[in-house]
Design a protein around this ligand. Structure first.
Ligand code: NAD
Length: 437
């Protein structure tokens, strides 16, 4: 099938690579000429494990190409995917300007029946609005589908190639046939395609993200309670997660959720609820808890030292989660801001995300290629992102390099007894602080 995918970010590139790998002819397009140039040179502009190999293989086979000529790509396509960003607008709603722009171009270029598919995360009612925009510029028949994407950055290829489910929102039988044909190679073992109306498909995406964020905020809220009542949230987590009705996933306390999806999607969902006069109180509470949680590490460090002027704090992990270079809404940025505001010197290290953070902070923080360089002369070490390399460091070496041996484990993954034996003080999230043994 001939496909155009508009927007070559995390979603557009992964979808383009995935569809081309299953034999489709894919043109990925973007307004960012620099990005397209880099892609045409074989450079992958984001870090996503496995993506470079997949794209290069399909470029070589002539199944995927990249262009800024969006109209041309649309003319050649039977199905056009919208995978552009839907960032938060100033009022918290989703900014749909790029989605509408794509719809307009689609309307202006369409010459025979085609399907336009919203893969971007968009509020309920967007498919109807897209249909209106296109109908206002063309009489050629077309269909609008909602096909939200559920991939996780860091595991995006596997998620796309073997999805838990594919949600398709449309009431056009011809479009549904095309979409089933396109996705059937991805879901061969069982029927994981959920067909529904576009509004339900749009809400399904927000509901999924809101549910996952709710689990995180719930555990983060309980973690602070655990600290106040002398319980250990890690034991509570295991006890709760072993209930098969609850399950163990997304129950990990931490420094608050970030990323390009949960924060903006919850905010857009609340905005949508406001528009129709619905409270949606649970989601509002989830947001409030997360906002508070992102400050927890900084507050713990401040409480430990009192004054942070003249203190050096090392931060391990900047990406909002491991295996990505994405720093959007990362709790590490809140920590850095809070530390700088209190006069601390901040040294950071991350395997992939440092260039993105450097673009924001410049020389206000010290960037260290080696995680051990970051702790040299530090009074505190804070773990924000649990990259593999940070999970089991050489604590003896860390202790030697630090000025004051104080660990702040934002992911509850370091071995408390071992670090205490080595002479560290240790604080985590929702656990009792540990003093040197
Ligand atoms: P991104 O910011 O990484 O990429 C968006 C791309 O769209 C950019 O390259 C940008 O230049 C391009 N773009 C913007 N306006 C354009 C226009 N008018 N025409 C052509 N290209 C344009 O975004 P992303 O993370 O890939 O997310 C895309 C959408 O998918 C969002 O709605 C997001 O919520 C959703 N989503 C993201 C993820 C994720 O993990 N990143 C997962 C599921 C869904």
């Amino acid at each position: 099938m001939h496909l155009a995918i508009v927007g070559t970010g995390y979603v557009g590139l992964v979808a383009g690579a995935g569809f081309s790998d299953f034999g489709n002819d894919v043109v990925c397009c973007d307004v960012d000429a620099d990005k397209i140039d880099r892609l045409n040179r074989g450079e992958i502009p984001i870090y996503e494990p496995g993506l470079d190999d997949l794209i290069r293989r399909n470029m070589k086979a002539g199944r995927i190409r990249f262009t800024t000529d969006i109209a041309e790509a649309m003319r050649a396509a039977e199905v056009v995917f919208t995978a552009v960003g839907t960032p938060p607008a100033a009022d918290g709603s989703a900014d749909l300007s790029a989605v509408y722009k794509v719809a307009e171009t689609f309307g202006k270029t369409i010459d025979k029946y085609k399907v336009i598919v919203n893969k971007s995360t968009v509020p309920v009612g967007t498919a109807d609005k897209v249909r209106e925009i296109i109908s206002s510029v063309t009489k050629v028949p077309f269909a609008v589908c909602s096909n939200p994407e559920f991939l996780k950055e860091g595991a995006a290829i596997a998620d796309f190639m073997k999805p838990d489910r594919v949600v398709i929102g449309s009431d056009d039988p011809r479009a549904l046939d095309i979409m089933r044909q396109l996705y059937s190679p991805f879901v061969r073992t069982q029927d994981r395609i959920h067909v529904m109306d576009a509004r339900s498909a749009e809400l399904t995406k927000y509901a999924a993200n809101a549910m996952l964020a709710t689990r995180i905020s719930f555990m983060n809220d309980l973690a602070l309670l655990a600290e106040k009542v002398g319980a250990d949230i890690e034991l509570v987590r295991k006890g709760v997660g072993s209930d098969t009705r609850i399950g163990p996933k997304f129950l990990f306390p931490g420094p608050g959720y970030g990323g390009s999806c949960f924060p903006k999607d919850l905010s857009a969902l609340v905005h949508l609820a406001d528009q129709v006069g619905h409270g949606l109180d649970v989601v509002r509470a989830v947001e409030a808890v997360n906002k508070r949680q992102k400050r927890v590490l900084a507050l713990k460090i401040e409480k430990h030292f009192g004054d942070l002027k003249n203190k050096v704090v090392a931060v391990w992990g900047l990406a909002f989660k491991p295996e990505t270079d994405d720093i959007r809404e990362s709790p590490a940025l809140v920590l850095i801001d809070e530390l700088l505001a209190r006069g601390a010197t901040v040294k950071v290290s991350d395997p992939e995300a440092m260039p993105n953070v450097k673009a924001i902070y410049g020389d206000r923080v010290t960037f260290c290629n080696s995680m051990y360089d970051a702790v040299e002369g530090a009074d505190a070490l804070a773990l924000v992102t649990e990259w593999h390399s940070f999970r089991a460091p050489d604590f003896g070496r860390v202790k030697q390099l630090m000025r004051t041996p104080a660990l702040f484990d934002g992911r509850n993954i370091w071995p408390t007894q071992e670090v205490a034996r080595l002479g560290f003080t240790y604080e985590a999230i929702g656990r009792r602080p540990v003093k040197p043994a």
